[in-house]
Design a protein around this ligand. Sequence first.
Ligand SMILES: [Fe+2]
Ligand SMILES: [Fe+2]
Length: 328
Amino acid sequence: MSSLRTNDPTALESLFKSIPLTSLRCDTVLDFDLFLQMSPGDYPVLFRERHLRFDQSVLDKLADHKHNRLFVPIHQVDTFRKYVESNLKELLSDPAIPLEEKSRFVYEAAQGFMVEVMKDPRVGGVLQRSKDLVNTAVDFMATEDKAFTHLLKVVSFDYYTYTHSINVFIFSVALAQRAGIRDRNVLHAFGQGALLHDVGKSSLPASIINQKGKLSDEQWKLMKRHPELGFEILKEQGEDRSIVLDVIRHHHEKLDGSGYPDGLKGDEISTFVRINTIADIFDALTTNRSYKSAMRSFQALKIMKEEMSQHLDYDLFRHFVQLMSASD
Ligand SMILES: [Fe+2]
Ligand SMILES: [Fe+2]
């Protein structure tokens, strides 16, 4: 059979997502089509249609032919991500999978999940799903010394609310650990709050979220409601852990009392909120938004130190600088 050929890797990327063979678990049903590239430069050809069981004999066949990477059609990426999410625990505990690949799986699963949550955070079962995902990712970060370094390599620097949420989750959990927080239940709750800190934005009009440049006074008034909206959404879903609710409601409070929605000051602002604030600002400065180019880490840390010192917890910020320099 003659295959179509492409010399343009971006053309291939616009049609297919390349996935590692290690992401496919034996004895699971794949809800996505699998394509194979027969030789470099070829367009992938259909290997197995979706809804088929993936078992050891298929795995052996692929491994024998050194097909370490396969392809999923781009319109089925969300299904692939959900598959990774449902198998995340097994993938992360497989000693045969390298840490870098495991970190990618965490990011893939979180991306799929956050896209769905930001569309409708009230859909049934979302809270349980996010608990499972967050607990698995937090346990991965708490047990693998190098997890943060590898996660940093897969962080996306294109700004979307969903990638921002994942980045803030990663920076926050790593900083909490660095600051000496070890209790797993506490880290689980904090991770949940960090991942969902901006979930209230899902209730705002897309025109405001995607607006390039400055918001009008009216738009800004609405935007400032997102911490309270997020807090309400989580409460409605039955979330009762005070750390989760605190981080979501108070993530725009500032130490000098100039933040919102409650105008909290100094000691009224918890360590968790302070950590989340550092992660939140750092990610906003280092990711690309269409109206400004991203700053490098060093420059972002410098600006945070020189221009935002009254808003940030200095001790935690010092830990954050050490964390980022240790991961270079
Ligand atoms: Fe926010
Ligand atoms: Fe944020």
